[in-house]
Each structure stands twice: as structure tokens, then as C-alpha cells.
Ligand binder design. Structure first.
Ligand code: SF4
Ligand code: SF4
Ligand code: FES
Length: 507
């Protein structure tokens, strides 16, 4: 351990800690910075994080300095403040004054630092600024505005160190230096939008989000990406019931600071035109008040087969098992929703909760097995989520039956084959827990309202509990208490830490 004094307070940190991290601890907030990023190598190029260290003749950058026993450091002295102002002035010499039209306004590091440390008169007339290219499309997801770049090299380091694809570089020198794609290349790796997240200014912007919304209009809700079994921690940015983007939320144990581009687009399914928004009886819209009667007509004697899916929350899967009672069960179609994985984050398993199926004791089946289960069912069938009838064998087995109930979110093949269709909620429209590929239980919260008359799935399932089942939960909290006691007795599902937990404790 090393003991040092920062801004007059004594602090003790592990040997080898960077002075930047020690200062963050002591100050309760990070030093001003552009180039430092906790999940990238140290570049030390922006010079913004300068601090005064007793005994050193000049200011030093904290990100590239390691703590030493007995160090006495000032981070808020006049000398430091002056240096920050001068460095900012240097960054602004050639920076365009296009904040009013820049899509980064509201979350721009340069704007924020300027408000904290700037506030001086510019010594460079606007007409003398070096002009560089604006709004260049450099890949399928990203647009580059070279003028705004402060050459922090985060995006270059990301492509070199994380994806190891090396598409970006800094070309030329002096005030002609500019960021760009290597000749003949595009920024087209599967994680390219992370460069937008880490760009501290508006030089890199996302083609999907650009000009969709001013960021100060957005509300953020912590969630988990539903795109694959990795379960990257995300933030859902939304306004007035509409999701505008997903951003990665740092969780060192799951996704670091990153998420894949494919996962970012999973929010589009929430607002898809084929969302189920009303209960349907043989294709006709019916009121929820009538659903009980229709349920009695198809499943009056309970269900003979209940089919779940790896898209539902852990709480729902547990409740589904209670609905099944002694009926046959299936976790849905084995091998459905798979794709190409990689060794960064993306899993070949493109469902968020196959881990939950296993915990809830619902085994998946091949299309042939599932078709056989359907044919053997002497009584109604409940399908919850997924689209098992997308497999032709399953569709053939369901064809002609008029006792199939589908509780789901999109008008897929299974919904079309069902007599009674009940509109459920997507992950962003309800709270729940997913179990990722590590076995980690991760909570997600409701971000937006459900469309039309769609309902939280658990409230619909409760109506289907067979007579004699344990008392129906009347709140999500009660449901979680029941599911948690049965599936994860060491954890409280209602109070999981925001970065999730492993049932056996952290390794
Ligand atoms: S484009 Fe953004 S992330 Fe890349 S070097 Fe410039 S300022 Fe930094
Ligand atoms: S790796 Fe998986 S969980 Fe992470 S963002 Fe991509 S699709 Fe979502
Ligand atoms: S953050 Fe230290 S030099 Fe950029």
C-alpha cells in the first residue's frame, strides 16, 4: 500500500495504482481528461489531467504516473487550473464552433470541461482555424467529423486493442494531424459504435442515433441487452415511450465498457410494426375482459403442454412451471436463435436467458421432439414467447389445432397458428432477471410503457394458474420471492446488485 496526500487529505491505495485513479478516489470525481479510458491503454496525449506534485519542478500528467509513498499532490491549485485552461485553449484552437448543430451537445467532454475550466476569450479568430473534412461516412454505423476531433486516440486504441482490427489511425502532423480510416478500409467491425461512445467530443457519431434526439431530452434506465447470452449491461435511453438508443453500462465482470453493434439495434424490435398490441381470438381483436372465457374454451381443463422460451425472464419461467402443474413442459426449440459468435462479447446463442431455462428446469427440444410432444398433447397447449412454429415440423404439428394459446410479443408463425393470442411485454417494457452464459443473474428494469393493450406476462400467467396451485402472486415482488426461494435461494431477486450476482458468490 502507498500513503499519499491529495488536496490535503490522506489516502491509502494499493501500490501500482495510477495517480489518476488515486485522485478520483480522493476527489470523488475524475480529473479533467480526454484520452484516459479505464479499459484502454494509457496514451497520455491530451495533457488535461495535469496535477502538481510536491518536489517536481513541473506539473505532471496523472494518468501516466504511478503513486509513490509519501506523495503530496494538488489537483485544484491555481497552477493546475491555469494549466487546464491553457490545454483547453490549445484543443480549441482549431475546433469548429458548431456546438449548436453538433449531435454531441449535452454530452460533450469539451463543452463540459470548457464550462468548468475555460471561460476565457479566444485568441484565435474564427477565420484562421484549420478546416478539415466534415460528416464523412467511414463505416456502416459511424460518421466522422474530422474538425471536431481532439486527437485523444481513444478510437484508434479501441480498434487496435479491443477489436484488433486497426481500421483507424492519426495521419499527418502538427495542426494538420487528423483522424481517419486507413487507406482502402472502412470502420466496419462488429463493435464499431463503441468508438462513438468513447469519443469525448462529437467527432464520431452513430448513424442510427444522429439527429434523432437532443440528449438532454432523454431519460436513462439501467437494463441488460437481450441480444445474446452474454447479457451486456446497458442503459436504455428513451423519451415519451420511445427508445432512441442503447449504450453500454460498465460492468467489469461481464462486458467491460463495451457492447456489440448488433446488440445496440435490439431496441428496434420493441417498436416493430408486427408487435402484438391486443388480444386476438382467431385473428379478431377481443377485449381482455373476454379472454377468461376464451381461455376456458381452449384450456378449461388446464393445459396438456406448456412451452416456454429463452427470451422470457427467470420469474416468468418459474411461474410458467406453476401454470404447467403436472402437464408436459418444454423450454422451446433447441438451437433456435443462434448465430455466429466471437471471442470478444457476442455469443452464438442469441437469446438472453437460456441460462434461466436451465435454472427453471425447462429442457429444450429439437423440432422433431417438440412436434411429437404437440401431437401427444391431449388438451390445450400454451406457448410463451419465442416462435417455435418457425420450424416447419412444429408448424405442421400445430396446424389444424384450435386449442393453442400464444402469449408473446410479435405476430410470428406461432401467433398465426394460435386460436388465442395474448400480447405480452418486451424486455424494455417490464422488469425481470436474465441468467447470462456465466450463470450470472442480472436484473433489468422497465424503461418504456407497453404498446396498446399488451400486459406484463406474469399478470397474464397468474390468470392461468391451475386450481390447487400455490397462492397466485399479486406483485412482482411476491413473484420474485417465490421464484427466488425456489431457484436462487442464496439471492434476493428483488434486490440484486445492478451489476448482477452469481448464485455461488463472486469468484
Ligand atoms: S475521433 Fe474522437 S475518439 Fe477518435 S481521436 Fe478524435 S476525439 Fe478521440
Ligand atoms: S454481445 Fe450480446 S449481450 Fe452484448 S451487446 Fe452484443 S448482443 Fe447484446
Ligand atoms: S487523461 Fe492524462 S493525458 Fe489525457
Amino acid at each position: 500500500m502507498a500513503r499519499l496526500t491529495i488536496d490535503g487529505s490522506a489516502i491509502e491505495v494499493a501500490d501500482g495504482t495510477s495517480l489518476f485513479d488515486a485522485c478520483r478516489l480522493a476527489r470523488g470525481e475524475a480529473l479533467p481528461h480526454f484520452c484516459y479510458h479505464p479499459d484502454l491503454s494509457i496514451a497520455g496525449v491530451c495533457r488535461l489531467c495535469q496535477v502538481e506534485v510536491e518536489g517536481m519542478p513541473k506539473l505532471t500528467i496523472a494518468c501516466n504516473t504511478t503513486v509513490r509513498e509519501g506523495m503530496v499532490v494538488q489537483t485544484r491549485s491555481e497552477k493546475v487550473r491555469k494549466a487546464s485552461q491553457q490545454i483547453l485553449e490549445m484543443h480549441l484552437i482549431n475546433h469548429p464552433v458548431d456546438c449548436p448543430i453538433c449531435d454531441q451537445a449535452g454530452e460533450c467532454g469539451l463543452q463540459n470541461q470548457y464550462m468548468d475550466y475555460g471561460l476565457y476569450d479566444s485568441q484565435v479568430p474564427q477565420s484562421e482555424k484549420v478546416l478539415k473534412a466534415k460528416a464523412q461516412v467511414i463505416g456502416p454505423e459511424v460518421i466522422l467529423d474530422k474538425e471536431r476531433c481532439v486527437l485523444c486516440s481513444r478510437c484508434v486504441r479501441f480498434c487496435n486493442e479491443v477489436t484488433k482490427t486497426g481500421e483507424l489511425g492519426i495521419f499527418n502532423r502538427g495542426d494538420r494531424a487528423e483522424i481517419g480510416v486507413a487507406p482502402g478500409r472502412q470502420l466496419d467491425n462488429a463493435y464499431s459504435v463503441n468508438t462513438v461512445d468513447i469519443c469525448p467530443v462529437g467527432a464520431l457519431t452513430s448513424r442510427d442515433f444522429r439527429f434523432q434526439k437532443r440528449v438532454w431530452m432523454l431519460k436513462s434506465t439501467d437494463s441488460v441487452c437481450p441480444g445474446c447470452a452474454t447479457g451486456c449491461n446497458v442503459r436504455v435511453d428513451h423519451e415519451a415511450g420511445r427508445i432512441y438508443r442503447l449504450k453500454p453500462r460498465r460492468n467489469a465482470k461481464v462486458n467491460g465498457s463495451w457492447m456489440c453493434d448488433e446488440g445496440r439495434l435490439t431496441y428496434k424490435a420493441v417498436h416493430a410494426v408486427d408487435r402484438l398490441t391486443e388480444p386476438l381470438w382467431h385473428g379478431q381483436v377481443v377485449a381482455w375482459a373476454e379472454v377468461k372465457n376464451h381461455l376456458a374454451r381452449v384450456g378449461g381443463g388446464g393445459f396438456a403442454l406448456v412451452i416456454g422460451s429463452a427470451h422470457q425472464s427467470l420469474e416468468e419461467l418459474w411461474l410458467l412451471r406453476q401454470v404447467a402443474g403436472t402437464a408436459a413442459t418444454s423450454g422451446g426449440l433447441a438451437g433456435s436463435d443462434t448465430g455466429k459468435g466471437d471471442d470478444i462479447l457476442l455469443s452464438a446463442d442469441r437469446t438472453p436467458n437460456r441460462g434461466g431455462l436451465a435454472v427453471a428446469g425447462l429442457a429444450e427440444h429439437s423440432a422433431t421432439e417438440l412436434a411429437a410432444l404437440i401431437r401427444a398433447a391431449r388438451g390445450a397447449i400454451l406457448v410463451h414467447g419465442g416462435d417455435p412454429a418457425a420450424a416447419p415440423e412444429v408448424a405442421a404439428a400445430l396446424a389444424g389445432r384450435d386449442d393453442v394459446v400464444y402469449l408473446g410479443t410479435h405476430l410470428g408463425v406461432t401467433a398465426r397458428a394460435a386460436a388465442l393470442v395474448l400480447p405480452g411485454a418486451m424486455w424494455a417494457e417490464k422488469a425481470g432477471v436474465f441468467v447470462n452464459r456465466q450463470g450470472r443473474l442480472q436484473p433489468f428494469a422497465q424503461a418504456v410503457a407497453r404498446p396498446g393493450n399488451a400486459r406484463e406476462d406474469w399478470r397474464v400467467l397468474v390468470e392461468m394458474l391451475p386450481a390447487g396451485a400455490p397462492a397466485a402472486p399479486t406483485s412482482l415482488k411476491a413473484l420474485r420471492a417465490g421464484a427466488g426461494a425456489a431457484l436462487a435461494p442464496t439471492l434476493d431477486l428483488d434486490r440484486l446488485p445492478q451489476d448482477g450476482a452469481l448464485p455461488g458468490g463472486e469468484a
